[in-house]
Design a binder for this molecule. Structure first.
Ligand code: ASP
Length: 585
């Protein structure tokens, strides 16, 4: 190799050794008679020193001529440092350089390659290869690598086999829009990129593979947010001859293994919450259970007292912000503005403070007697110093708004500590979800999810009440994974497609291969997929999955570094038999 050691390797034990290091010039400090260079590579930083009189004049000048991010090779002797740096592992030593070779000069980088950089998002993404030189960014990818290894080792130990499935396929039903790829050899026809390997992993079960996994890229053409990318990675799994219980236990094991191996955190058995309870007590199917602050429904005690807003509401529901009675008028106004924002959509916020003497003072005192308000305090199990926050309106909308308020209060009270992890299972999801726009039912998870057998009798009259054998794993308010026990019977699958509004022909055209396969001895099976990027960002304490992807796309789905997507040449379009309707401006 061009080097004898890396820049993160040398210690006091190496003092006196002649070494060769290679790397990038991180920083150069020139004090006239003394010159220091921090030399960086993936493994760390080592200090090089040059001293007037000791170092040859020629070498001294050569060192002085180096710029930031030059790639160099240095020969020198390991010396114990006079003033040590306990912030870096190589801080006890330095190298007295005897020779420098410039392997490549570098233009001045467009932003500082430092932990705290002056580069904005766009600039860093355009020069992502430089951004990736920064230690915090590299650490994120190291974490990702560690996570991947830990996932593979756990699944290997549990007899899973990793099988790759194709990327050029036909539409998969995960509810998003497909990315499509035109086929040159089949004019007018398109592949779709997989939204997940869902149908393939089920077919692998029909093939007898028993336990499959794949760390796999999935593609969904959706509007983007901090925790969404058009291409993302799943830990995708499927198992045969299992019940829901087996799956929950196996993957709870995986998550505990990951926490222990990667973060040294011991996780207790995961609690389970039904979807119905999650909605009732947290207003969300992904409750952040790092803090309690459950919803308290107030309908029976607040209605018919002359307060029209509550009387007209389908649901009056609140939370107890413990110890927050001291919130000022200004803070309460902020919270009112917060819930009234269009994205949240509440019409107002009612509050009540439990005072030192135990009496309750509310923003709606004129409608409620002291005893009425005392009843509120009892319902919330409130103590002096507590602040009760109440919303009213349509059930679903109000729950959703109160969920946002609960998270906001949790944030303000410092209850959403990134170093605390609170995983749980949410189970018994509804099978179907009513879609106002298309005026029909959609599969809440996907169309292969099996209904709970005991709910099947509702299929004609109350299909919306059928529960599914479907489950999500939620950590700190983030859905990190989800799956279901599948339908493995052709007739039930056909019935499900009908319920979802597919005609027989449509179902056959789209998923005939799967239904055919079910006629050749399909085992009972089920599975799950974890959003791998999300898990990484959660483990790393960040809200953005982009930080954990080497080359992510921006909010408009662009890779600004390679400048994609991009127009293609007319000849290419012709080959694909594609005519542009109108050229993009
Ligand atoms: N294919 C599903 C998804 O991507 C996961 C599963 O049901 O296993 O969400």
């Amino acid at each position: 190799m061009l080097r004898t050691h890396t820049c993160g390797e040398l210690r006091l034990d190496n003092v006196g050794e002649e070494v060769i290091l290679t790397g990038w010039v991180q920083r150069l400090r020139d004090k006239g008679g003394m010159l220091w260079i921090d030399l960086r590579d993936r493994y760390g930083i080592t200090q090089l020193t040059f001293e007037d009189g000791v170092t040859s004049a020629h070498l001294f000048e050569a060192a002085r001529g180096l710029g930031r991010e030059y790639v160099i090779r240095v020969v020198g002797k390991v010396i114990e440092r006079y003033s040590k740096n306990d912030k870096i592992p190589t801080g006890d030593i330095e190298i007295h350089a005897t020779k420098i070779e410039v392997l490549n000069a570098a233009k001045l980088p467009p932003f500082m390659i430092e932990d705290e950089t002056d580069g904005g998002d766009d600039l860093r993404m355009k020069y992502r290869y430089l951004d990736l030189r920064r230690t915090p960014v590299r650490r994120n990818l190291e974490l990702r690598h560690q996570m991947m290894r830990a996932v593979r080792s756990y699944l290997d130990e549990h007899y899973f086999i990793e099988v790759e499935t194709p990327v050029l396929i036909k539409s998969t039903p995960e509810g998003a829009r497909d990315f499509v790829v035109p086929s040159r050899m089949n004019p007018g026809e398109f592949y779709a990129l997989p939204q997940s390997p869902q149908t393939f992993k089920q077919l692998l079960m029909v093939s007898g593979f028993d336990k499959y996994y794949q760390i796999v890229k999935c593609f969904r053409d959706e509007d983007l947010r901090a925790d969404r990318q058009p291409e993302f990675t799943q830990i995708d799994c499927e198992l045969s001859f299992v019940t829901q219980e087996d799956i929950l236990n196996t993957f709870e094991g995986l998550i505990r293994h990951l926490f222990l191996k990667v973060k040294g955190v011991h996780i207790e058995k995961l609690p389970r919450m039904t979807y119905a309870d999650a909605m009732k007590f947290y207003g969300s199917d992904k409750p952040d259970t790092r803090f309690d602050m459950r919803f308290v429904e107030l309908n029976p005690i607040v209605k018919n007292k002359g307060f029209k807003v509550f009387d007209d509401a389908e649901l009056v529901v609140g939370i107890n912000a413990k110890g927050a009675a001291s919130y000022t008028r200004k803070q309460l106004d902020e919270l009112t503005d917060f819930v009234k924002r269009p994205q949240i959509g509440a019409t107002g916020l009612v509050y009540a403070r439990v005072q030192e003497d135990g009496t309750v003072k509310s923003s709606v005192d004129k409608f409620y007697t002291l005893e009425d308000l005392q009843g509120w305090a009892t319902a919330f199990n409130a103590e002096p110093g507590d602040l009760l926050l109440v919303l009213a309106g349509g059930k679903d909308k109000t729950r959703k708004a109160l969920n946002e308020l609960r998270l906001e209060i949790g944030e303000r009270m410092g209850l959403r500590d990134k170093n605390v992890f609170s995983p749980l299972w949410v189970v018994d999801f509804p099978l179907l979800e009513w879609d106002e726009d298309s005026n029909r039912y959609h599969a809440m998870h996907h169309p292969f999810t099996s209904p709970k057998p005991e709910d099947l009798e509702l299929i004609d009259d109350r299909p919306g009440d059928i529960r599914a054998n479907a489950y999500d794993m939620v950590i700190n308010g983030v859905e990190v994974g989800g799956g279901s026990i599948r339908i493995h019977d052709r007739r039930l699958q056909e019935q499900m497609f009908r319920l979802l509004g597919f005609s027989n022909d449509e179902a056959k055209a789209q998923f005939g291969f799967l239904m055919d396969a079910f006629e050749y001895g399909a085992p009972p099976h089920g599975g799950i997929a974890f959003g791998f990027d999300r898990l990484c960002s959660l483990f790393g304490g960040s809200d953005s999955i982009r930080d954990y992807i080497a080359f992510p796309k921006n909010n408009s789905g662009r890779d600004v570094m390679i400048d994609a997507p991009a127009p293609i040449a007319n000849t290419q379009l012709d080959e694909l038999h594609i005519k542009m309707k109108h050229l993009p401006s």
